[in-house]
Design a protein around this ligand. Sequence first.
Ligand code: ZN
Length: 350
Amino acid sequence: MSHQSATGIAVLSQGRAAVLEEAIGPTGVRIRNLPKTEPVAGAVAVSIRASSINHLDLWMISGAQKVTPPRVLAADGAGVVETSGDPAWKPGDEVVVFPTLCCWECEWCKAGQNVRCAKFGVIGEQSDGTACELFHVDARNIFRKPKALTWEEAAAFPLTFLTAWRMLTTRARLKAGEKVLVVGAGAGVAVAAISIAKHLGARVFATSRSEAKRRRAIELGAEAAFDSAEYSKQVREATGGGVDVVFEHVGAATLQESMRSTVWGGRIVSCGSTSGVKAEITMPRLFWAQIDLLGSTMGNAGEFKSVLEAIDNGLRPVVDRVYPLADVQAALTRLDAAEQFGKVVFSLEG
Ligand SMILES: [Zn+2]
């Protein structure tokens, strides 16, 4: 149940924990009590105050990811340093976890390109996760918690904001004043994208099947929000010809409409394909409109620092609902039904 980095520091999830035991859906995840140990040199043991799940956890509990149970869920966590095996941190420090795994020692990691590390992965998939009382991790995975955020907010932002930040800035090079369409508003990463795009000074448009979520997207700063069925005509009309960037994570069900929604030379950036792994595209649209089709996943530590700076400058995550850890099955069921707007969070307090 551990991920050894190249430096030998294992990720460990201890105490009360939400453990995937059988990949049969939410009922296969159970609360267990795992033994507690002291952190090794270079690691920090964080007493988790809040943790948050992502669509990845649904892939895991359904058996779509190739992981061998038991596995503690969740990539996102925030808490208080309980014991430190690294002089950079001391007990009582309030921290958030950088939600990815890498070796920190290879040429790519040293060049700040953690995403290219051969050991790159995500906490809670290639290792145990943060849905636990006490989380041991490499001290380099720990960052100071933004002061302005509650514990629930601090657990809500890491993976989705890191992913959406890299997609919109590093990959799609979104500029102030440009128009961006966020499809599937409601998903944690899409809600992050709306907030980040607004923060960067872009004009934001959104799509959702749900009228309530379209309303929430507009409250969050979208100029207009459209139904998910054949939105491209409405997008082109509302934007005077199309958007500069489309933020994609739905994939198969929406990619064609997303390609019809851009201006000439538009950029489409995708971090996922929740509607199925194979998508069909109309090739002439791709080359005639000179569209850039960009893939992206998670992000680098430097991008995480940029997110933390943006939070200090007012960027905020959206918490959909907070559950006690004991209600992990209900939380997963809500995410599976796509009822959420923003992030589903566990509180470990009380
Ligand atoms: Zn590396």
